[in-house]
Design a protein around this ligand. Structure first.
Ligand SMILES: C[S@@+](CC[C@H](N)C(=O)[O-])C[C@H]1O[C@@H](n2cnc3c(N)ncnc32)[C@H](O)[C@@H]1O
Length: 260
């Protein structure tokens, strides 16, 4: 927590809004996507989905395969409480929707489904896209799936697997590439770096990888620093909660800190 607070103060001091951004690619992303104030009809579906989960008082035995929760103690958790206390915030969910829509992402990978708040945002960004979402906990995934079906979201493929197994060499995913990858689970620096390296063979020139919680801990921030220093990464954007990396060869290597 001290690390997060100190990092936030530094972020506020160094970050910019659109006015300080001289890269046309990043300027357009900030003005046309990050700052897009349009009310999309899909926001209503996000709202109804969240509302349905928030009214779900069933208990689910959830095993967290990552660093665990800073909110919950035991494994038996009420669905409504998970959404309320640990789920992705509305503002972020809408931003994820807009990012996937802005880049017209068709083949999407999410590591860390949980109850599917992020998955639904990705799914709604383009009905013709394919969303692969990976979650280690079978019970959590079942609950998420129940709501994907209730909301008629048919472009989601769930994978109940540990991230490292899903990404292992022997998997049939082969040389498939993703347009957008959202890593929202297992906030461990070393493992996050491992996922990044495994994923490098699944990215193309216009892919984007989003890392959640890059200031969760010192080791997550250290991993983020190594990721942005990687020679394959050209543009990187730190929005404090999320770190975005691009591989566009036509861009000079440049790092941005942007308030969203
Ligand atoms: C922060 S939650 C994901 C939130 C979700 N994306 C959303 O939008 O609400 C992280 C999830 O990732 C799962 N997870 C963490 N590490 C994992 C791993 N190594 N393998 C599989 N699942 C993992 C946890 O079980 C947890 O459900």
């Amino acid at each position: 927590m001290i690390h997060q607070s100190k990092s936030y103060i530094k972020f506020i001091r160094l970050s910019k809004n659109r006015h300080g951004v001289h890269s046309p690619f990043v300027y357009d992303l900030v003005t046309k996507c990050f700052n897009d104030k349009k009310t999309y009809p899909e926001y209503e579906i996000l709202k109804s989905h969240r509302k349905a989960l928030r009214s779900d008082t069933s208990m689910v035995e959830m095993k967290d395969f990552g660093q665990g929760s800073r909110v919950f103690k035991g494994n038996a958790r009420k669905v409504s409480a998970v959404v309320k206390n640990a789920g992705m915030r509305k503002k972020r969910q809408k931003l994820l929707f807009r990012i996937a829509k802005y880049f017209n992402s068709e083949n999407i990978l999410e590591l860390g489904t949980s109850l599917g708040l992020g998955t639904v945002a990705l799914s709604l960004s383009n009905e013709f896209s394919a969303i692969h979402t990976v979650e280690g906990c079978p019970n959590t995934l079942l609950k998420a799936q129940e709501y994907f079906e209730k909301f008629n979201l048919h472009n989601i493929q769930i994978h109940q697997e540990i991230f490292s197994d899903f990404l292992s060499e022997s998997r049939s995913f082969g040389t498939e590439t993703f347009d957008l990858i959202f890593i929202d689970g297992d906030h461990n620096g070393e493992r996050t770096l491992g996922y990044f390296h495994s994923l490098l063979k699944h990215v193309h020139n216009d892919s984007l990888i989003i890392f959640d919680d890059i200031y969760w801990s010192k080791d997550m921030t250290a991993a983020w620093q190594q990721i942005i220093a990687n020679e394959k990464v050209t543009v990187s954007i730190d929005t404090f909660q999320w770190g975005l990396v691009f591989f566009r060869k036509e861009q000079p290597k440049q790092h941005f800190m942007i308030r969203v």
